[in-house]
Design a protein around this ligand. Sequence first.
Ligand code: FE
Length: 339
Amino acid sequence: MTRLMLSAIIALSAAACGQPNDTDVVNVYSARHYDSDAAAYARFTEETGIEINLVEASGDLLIERIRTDGDRSPADVVITVDAARLHRAEQAGLFAQTDFSTIAAGVPDRFVDPDGYWVGFALRARVIAYAEDRVDPAEISSYMDLADPRWQGRICIRSSDNAYNQSLLASIITHRGEETAEAWARSVVANFARAPQGGDTDQLQAIHAGECDVAVVNHYYYLRLANSDDPGNQDVADGIGLIFPAGESGTHVNISGAGIAANAPHPENAEALIRFLLSESGQRAYAELTNEFPAVDGTAFDNPSVRDLMGFQADTLNMSTLGDHSEAARRVFDRAGWP
Ligand code: FE
């Protein structure tokens, strides 16, 4: 019997039992839990025949779990949001070094780890949301403007233990230094309408409720409300405008990223999945279902609301610098008294 026939029989019997052959599996450890991911994974399995075993946990727990499992970890691909968290995972030794030059050929360099441990596959902008009936958007052109006393008692933003805020502050530290970043954070705290609470959607709802006039949120939370079938959500978005900071450093951008696990039992399938995430079908899923921006330049997708927001002046920092300044950002938040 030839090897080919033998492997065909094994594949058939695996299919007959409804159990994927162990070689046709990829174990994905993900901190994301969106419909777009489920859709992307389903398309991946359809296209490649490789089944996905999904393990979900919040970002830092996920890192901890893989780290403690060590070389017994079944993880093949690690997926999480936020560049600083990817950096922490990298420092914990979770990723295998990978040559992304062809895998991520369409992704701008700044979204690919220079050491080859992870790659961004979807982008998000952290923008300034404002109440259209109470704020003249000409008054804000950069994050720095949020320090102005005119916003006293008018800003809503989530707490400093949130990764999105830490990476925003890390970008400010990178561009302007720790001292300026601290003075900025202190002034923003002085302008809080209320103590930080809730997630980004809660800040948008607080604008709608008149509790504050300005908030800092990731763009897709706004689009999720605006594109919702629920008239209540549409109503929240209707009265809110978005400012994409321009000028010197532009709009802060962060990534959802993936890397091949250091002890991946199925490294080839892991690579196949990352290639898929960066393929047109993968990229489409994120732009169409979670309103994220594609990481691959020139991706075709069908979501006018995302398309309409594109073309803003994005910060050109390499994502790896956010991780480099993440510790400093936490210290600055502490010193500035940002809860
Ligand atoms: Fe989010």
